[in-house]
Design a protein around this ligand. Structure first.
Ligand code: SAH
Length: 354
């Protein structure tokens, strides 16, 4: 039957479809193009809860939509954190029952949605809670965009920024993540500026090259987390396949082609990569590549690593004072509800790990 995926008999959901995909669907139902445009506007306004609220669609067609399709590919299970708090964590269930999390953060004039791209993650970084879930599956375009629409619905303020820094490795779900970013960016739809969307990767070099070649305007962030190949290897198994110097070369190529600064994220772990020599190595590694370095004091997840003391952090930041690149520090909010960077994880049973 139309609107059902023939293979899985799974209901098709409208969130995640592009305008032309919507047109294809309504054409199959014998409806004109403009119907798809009306549905598109309703869906990406993010304001409707059911087909019944689509006031300019004839009742009979609304009933057909209702019987044969759904709006949301996700269901919202729980929000952790008060309405008034600066950081709230959202737990969602997929139609196939897996769970994912997203985070809504308020900081000054900025309201940021931190979205997941996969259920779990295959990268196995030693310092990240998501790694403990292992890799379960890639999220669909709809499942990615739906996180944003739910967060926007529950946010008092308009979401100004999106970061693909939740669960998963976005560049191992490349096509869907780019398609989701395109939908978020669509001027006739959600209309979030391209430079307000950041995609963060562990450093999948072939996809960085593809991203560069395709000329996407989204911000690129690369999780460095170490200043030498050996240091990266200590905590990030992906470093073996994607050596640090090739990664820096790919970032250089991105800068030269796109004329945009890549961001390097550097999670600071006590006595592991936070010494003065590490800061010096970082300066040597990056050289004069125009970029931004974002330092993230480690959020503890009950493993081997510790957050450096304030004194050590200050020392490290000072050691970068004369670096040719801009240095910023991200003091993760929401660590009290396990919503900080690298703290996202859900049990198979759906509970939030403490
Ligand atoms: N897989 C992608 C995106 C998810 S991780 C990536 O690797 O970039 C998002 C950011 O959180 C990364 O920069 C990662 O290094 C950082 N991170 C992971 N675990 C963390 C932790 N426990 N404390 C602080 N930052 C962490």
């Amino acid at each position: 039957m139309f609107m059902f995926n023939v293979k899985t008999n799974e209901k098709v959901h409208w969130i995640g479809l592009t305008r032309s995909e919507m047109r294809e669907h309504v054409a199959k139902l014998g409806q004109p193009h403009f119907r798809a445009d009306q549905i598109y506007n309703w869906i990406y306004s993010g304001k409707i809860k059911s087909f019944q609220s689509m006031a300019n669609i004839p009742k009979s067609f609304r009933a057909i939509l209702d019987q044969t399709s759904g709006i949301h590919p996700l269901s919202l299970v729980k929000i952790t954190g008060q309405n008034s708090s600066l950081t709230r964590k959202f737990l969602f269930r997929l139609s196939t029952d897996e769970m994912i999390e997203s985070v809504l953060m308020q900081e000054g004039n900025r309201t940021t949605a931190c979205l997941s791209s996969q259920v779990g993650c295959a990268m196995d970084c030693d310092f990240c809670a998501t790694a403990e879930m292992g890799f379960q599956k890639n999220l669909s375009v709809g499942e990615i965009v739906d996180q944003f629409l739910f967060l926007q619905q529950k946010s008092e303020k308009i979401i100004t920024n999106v970061v693909f820094m939740g669960m998963g490795e976005p560049f191992l779900n490349y096509t869907r993540v780019i398609k989701a970013a395109d939908l978020l960016n669509e001027p006739d739809g959600i209309d979030l500026g391209a430079r307000r969307i950041t995609i963060s990767t562990v450093g999948i070099i072939p996809r960085i090259k593809q991203f560069t070649k395709e000329g996407h305007r989204y911000k690129l962030a690369i999780s460095l987390n170490g200043a030498t190949q050996n240091q990266r290897l200590q905590t990030m198994p992906a470093a073996k396949k994607y050596p640090i110097h090739m990664l820096i070369d790919a970032a250089k190529n991105y800068y030269e082609t796109a004329k945009r600064f890549p961001t390097f994220e550097y999670v600071l772990m006590n006595n592991l990569n936070d010494r003065t020599t590490d800061a010096e190595n970082l300066i040597k590694l990056i050289g004069n590549l125009p970029c931004k370095v974002n330092l993230i004091p480690y959020n503890e997840i009950g493993g081997n690593y510790k957050r450096p003391s304030h004194g050590r952090l200050t020392h490290f930041i000072n050691a970068l004072k004369n670096a040719p690149f801009t240095v910023t520090v991200r003091w993760s909010n929401g660590t009290e509800i396990d919503a900080g960077c690298g703290q996202l994880a859900v049990n198979a049973g759906g509970g939030v790990q403490s």
